[in-house]
Each structure stands twice: as structure tokens, then as C-alpha cells.
Design a protein around this ligand. Structure first.
Ligand SMILES: [Zn+2]
Length: 54
């Protein structure tokens, strides 16, 4: 279980989640990136789409 850095709601993080996974806060809808898993640390994901850097 992590905490949304935007609205502080609890965000469900799977037990086998890995750093770098993207999650969506069910409360505010923000895209979050899982920075670390032990302990769980979440950050707001970059807004850029996957085609950036081309
Ligand atoms: Zn949120």
C-alpha cells in the first residue's frame, strides 16, 4: 500500500510490483510511478507519452 503524492489517498500496490511500474490513483486519477518498493514510494509520473525522445 502506497500513498498518492498528489492527494494523499491510499494507492493499492501489488505485492510483486516492481520499481518503475505505473499506477493510477483511484482517488484523483493521477498517474503515479512506483519509485521504490521497500518501502513503497510513489511519485507523479511524467506526463509525456511513450513516444517522447524520438
Ligand atoms: Zn491521488
Amino acid at each position: 500500500m502506497g500513498e498518492c503524492p498528489i492527494c494523499a489517498a491510499r494507492v493499492d500496490v501489488a505485492g510483486d510490483a516492481i520499481a518503475g511500474e505505473l499506477l493510477v490513483c483511484a482517488d484523483c486519477g493521477a498517474e503515479l510511478e512506483l519509485i521504490a518498493t521497500a518501502p513503497v514510494e510513489l511519485a507523479e509520473a511524467p506526463t509525456a507519452e511513450e513516444d517522447w525522445g524520438q
